[in-house]
Design a binder for this molecule. Structure first.
Ligand code: GDP
Length: 307
């Protein structure tokens, strides 16, 4: 996982160490490390780190090093690692809610915890909803699933199959029904029967002649979710970043789930999304099974990258 990004950081640290190691008792000048940092920038971009985020990382390493006097015994490696670590944690380490605990705190018959899942087709949205439903079940909460993508018959069938296997109720609408009304019905159903969480699937087709964002805004207006959760595919790099920007501007995003990290050899998408929209990553997908989901731990992620 994330080999490309790991390699970029490691190489930079080694290069800077070689350069600066020769400058004992002298100040580090920009010209000493300029080309190394230029290389870091290119490597970051190649590892799917968004342009502006790569710039910010390079800038923070520069600030840490330029003007510093290197004494004998200064651990340059540690200095560079600290600079990178600090910046990555600043981008990634944001407090995220505990959606299990919040659902457990709802009293049956009150309004349930409502989560709306956003994202374009193919990113792993349906699978993520099933994984989260499974996570709830394991923690003693039965969620209601709302299949509010009423256009794609396949999506409804897929969700129904997951719901059957996980033994959770599902509310779906007839083909072409108003998605917002399906979401509304699912919440009413949950209130009436004492369920404490509702997971709303939404459409993700990107057709030019169809107002996806308008439809999503309507679902949000009607269902008043506690959290709008954007699902993105870590393998898609800059596309994922552009999706995050657009969904955040047009519908609003509270939390992000990053799927397929098990197959991601680059690693930059997490850093980019966090840097570009500034929202916490709640979970990462780590495989195709129901249990292949983990809470995102920024400290663990960064340590893994810099090991
Ligand atoms: P949707 O169109 O966004 O609902 O996407 P699906 O949930 O149908 O997922 C698309 C494909 O991605 C399926 O084959 C899933 O098994 C796969 N997938 C989803 N999440 C992950 C993940 O975390 N890791 C891997 N390796 N595959 C995943």
């Amino acid at each position: 996982m994330f080999d490309k990004l790991k390699k970029a950081f490691k190489q930079t640290v080694n290069n800077i160490k070689t350069r600066v190691g020769e400058k004992i008792q002298k100040e580090i000048k920009e010209s000493d490390i300029e080309d190394v940092l230029e290389e870091l920038f290119m490597e970051l971009v190649e590892a799917d780190v968004a342009y502006e985020v790569a710039e910010a990382i390079v800038e923070s390493v520069k600030e840490t090093l330029i003007g510093r006097k290197v004494a004998r015994g200064t651990d340059i490696e540690e200095l560079v690692y600290d600079a990178i670590r600090g910046k990555l944690l600043e981008l990634l380490d944001k407090p995220a809610p505990d959606i299990i605990k919040e659902a457990l705190e709802r009293k049956p018959g009150e309004r349930p915890l409502v989560l709306v899942f956003l994202g374009v087709n193919g990113v792993g949205k349906t699978t993520t909803i099933a994984k989260i439903a499974n996570l709830y079940r394991k923690n003693g909460v039965t969620p209601v699933i709302a299949a509010a993508d009423t256009f794609r018959a396949g999506a409804q069938e897929q969700l129904k199959e997951h719901a059957r296997r996980l033994d959770v109720p599902i509310i779906s609408g007839r083909y072409g029904a108003d998605p917002a009304s399906v979401a509304h019905d699912a919440i009413s159903y949950a209130v009436a029967r004492g369920y404490r969480a509702v997971l709303i699937d939404t459409a993700g087709r990107m057709h030019v002649d169809y107002d996806l964002m308008g439809e999503l805004r309507k679902i949000v207006r009607v269902s008043k979710p506690d959290y709008k959760i954007l699902v993105v595919d870590s393998l898609t790099g800059n596309d994922a970043v552009e999706q995050a920007r657009r969904f955040n501007e047009e519908v609003g995003v509270d939390l992000v789930v990053l799927t397929k990290t098990d197959a991601d050899v680059k690693g930059g998408t997490a850093v980019s999304i966090a840097g570009v929209i500034g929202k916490p990553i709640l979970f990462i997908g780590t495989g195709q099974g129901y249990d292949d989901i983990e809470r995102f731990d920024a400290k663990k992620f960064v340590e893994e990258l810099l090991r």
